[in-house]
Design a protein around this ligand. Sequence first.
Ligand code: TMP
Length: 218
Amino acid sequence: MDNRGCFITLEGGEGVGKTTQLRKLADRLRLETNREIIPTRSPGGTVIAESIRDILKQRNREEDLLPESELLLFGVCHSQMSEKLIRPALARGAILLSDRFTDSTLVYQGYARGLSADFVRQINSFSCRGLKPDLTILLDLDPETGFRRTGLRAGNAENMQEDRFDSESMEFHQKVRNGFLAIAAMEAERFVIIDASGSIEEVHQHIWETVRAKLGLL
Ligand code: TMP
């Protein structure tokens, strides 16, 4: 890994605990290394990407966001993130932790929405100029359990006013889970799959062992 930084992503469906686990991992890395630690998220992480996040997440009652538009907007977010945040941080030797990145695009817009997976791969590669995470941790959980944890119900009309993704059907979220497992199998050298059904501490410990081995920490 030389002096270059390390880019680690956390992926998975709704309610798997990515956000909590990312925070805990960042805290532990700050405690146990003297490296610069940058937590971020997708969509988001830069000023422009954060404002696009609102368009992507919130249901607009006056105008539907088309799947094609959605894909392109995620591409914009990943482009801004890669060039404005991730590459400069990696050049400084930082450890970047991202709550989702382009694997979510392949799974949500490709596998779940049904856009061509090959085309989504091309958009991902184009928007990030080929940047890929060094390590991707997939937190795997049955979506029914994930939704129970968030207190939301898939396909619930109440969520609809709020979040475009949470309000998708359970079938959509099953496709997301299966899609993540399929791409993890295709890139087994980059992905580590962790069972997210355990307690917060158990899952954290598993993530910590994985990251520690990747960074070569004793
Ligand atoms: P979250 O920050 O709560 O995980 O919300 C982000 C939502 O956006 C989540 O439902 C997954 C979705 N998403 C995509 O559909 N494609 C993508 O490329 C990314 C990064 C997220």
